[in-house]
Design a protein. Sequence first.
Length: 164
Amino acid sequence: MPLSQNTLTAVVVLFLVALFASRMVKGKSRQTAEGLVFPTKLAFTVLRFVALPAYYGVFFYFNWQRSGRISAPFTAIFVVLMLFLVSQLPGTIVLTTNGIEQRFWFLRKKTIQYPEVMAIQRTQAGRALTVLGDNRVRITHTPNHSDQAGFLKSLEERTGKRAA
């Protein structure tokens, strides 16, 4: 059953709507034994791991319909793109008793002790917060993380610094 141009348009529109809707969801932080955790929003995670591969799957489908097979270069580009997207996921931020940690799946974890915090900056037109440490580490709470207001309040209480 071939997909029509209308179906492709609907898929693209639904993907873009979901992408922008994920920015409007606040998300929740949670208290754990390690500290206050600010994970990525569920909507953002679902978009990365379900909707985005499905979106690219539509293009695989059209390529298969046109040629009767899926080419190796097309598959390689898809795999490299998915690996790149996974490596770019924002890490989970944890406010521990001693400092701020940002943990990633495939990268080293970043840590700034509270006394080492030099500044808290608003970036991306106020949509993100970047914490700068005197150890040259930057931890960024993006719009894809949960509970930005709670993060800022907790961070200001623990460091005594205000966001600029």
